[in-house]
Design a binder for this molecule. Structure first.
Ligand SMILES: [Zn+2]
Length: 116
């Protein structure tokens, strides 16, 4: 995936998942977007891990230690959403690719043999 240069318009929900994270050296797919005024205010794509890191950094900078619980809550929320995404992708994959018939027959055969 080529590294995105950022966009003037917001990424759509589907579009953000088609670009890589903008952080140097990161190869993760993006999930969120950020705009930095000093960066031309362009929409920049971020993966979930870097979005959490950036939120924690800004919370700490703005509010100090008192924002630690907000940072933990946000990390938990993003991690749960990511886990749900993985489960949904696995479920979609299972629906698209049903179990091979030969494998199923072999299993039935093995069960019959074991029953004798
Ligand atoms: Zn990243």
């Amino acid at each position: 995936m080529p590294r995105a240069k950022g966009r003037a318009r917001d990424y759509t929900e589907a579009g953000i998942r088609r670009v890589p994270c903008c952080v140097n050296g990161c190869r993760n797919k993006a999930r969120f977007q950020w705009r930095i005024c000093a960066d031309g205010n362009r929409a920049r794509a971020l993966c979930a891990a870097h979005d959490v890191e950036l939120n924690e950094m800004v919370l700490r900078w703005a509010f100090g230690r008192s924002a630690a619980s907000k940072a933990r809550a946000y990390r938990r929320k993003v991690e749960e959403a990511e886990a749900l995404d993985v489960i949904r992708a696995l479920a979609r994959d299972l629906v698209r690719r049903p179990a091979r018939k030969s494998g199923a027959k072999a299993h039935v055969h093995d069960v019959r043999r074991a029953a004798r």
